[in-house]
Design a protein around this ligand. Structure first.
Ligand SMILES: [Fe+2]
Ligand SMILES: [Fe+2]
Length: 193
């Protein structure tokens, strides 16, 4: 189904165009389009693709101070890792805005938005699709994005997801701050395989 035929898609596109940089808004649209191409195969609805894909980075433009303040206001747990790297809160804060302001009540969608950066054990199928699309959508310029899409085509969704989570884990292990959810999610995916 074309993206703009899905209910509320136009409203969400206008919202992200007003709130985010052109690059990030285009990334959200591209991620949504990729999710829509795999929706039937993985068993998620077009509305879930549109809500999770278009809105997952809704709060990405907020400053560290504003993200921390919003997290405290919304009773979002702030881990030591998030305190040191508040940008990690853009998923949880975006999910809360979707629930409280936009009235989205699909817990699979909210879960997807909340955990899209690190992944999370027991993540919903919408979450898995968003996690894959966030890394692999065709506007991403890193070569691993095309490789992930090729694995999806040639081997299937689970091998593609494990490839993405492995690449993300490898990347974060080069950083000084590592969110434990990244490793926990990768291990959970391997067991689920
Ligand atoms: Fe993000
Ligand atoms: Fe994103």
């Amino acid at each position: 189904m074309p993206l703009l035929d899905v209910p509320r898609a136009e409203e969400y596109v206008s919202l992200i165009r007003a709130r985010l940089s052109e690059k990030t808004a285009n990334h959200c649209i591209s991620a949504t389009e990729l999710m829509l191409t795999i929706a039937d195969r993985v068993g998620i609805a077009a509305a879930q693709c549109v809500q999770a894909g278009l809105l997952h980075d809704l709060c990405k433009g907020m400053s560290d101070e504003d993200l921390l303040a919003a997290a405290r206001r919304c009773d979002i747990p702030v881990s030591d890792v998030s305190l040191r790297k508040p940008k990690l809160l853009h998923g949880p804060v975006s999910a809360e805005e979707c629930r409280r302001v936009l009235g989205i009540d699909d817990e699979d969608v909210l879960d997807a938005i909340r955990w899209h950066t690190t992944g999370h054990p027991e993540m919903s199928t919408t979450g898995l699709a968003l996690y894959f699309a966030d890394f692999s959508e065709p506007l991403r310029t890193h070569p691993e994005a095309a490789e992930a899409r090729a694995i999806l085509t040639n081997e299937g969704f689970m091998p593609a997801l494990i490839y993405v989570s492995g690449k993300k884990l490898h990347h974060v292990l080069t950083k000084t701050v590592v969110d434990p959810n990244t490793l926990a999610f990768h291990n959970w995916l391997q067991r689920k395989r």
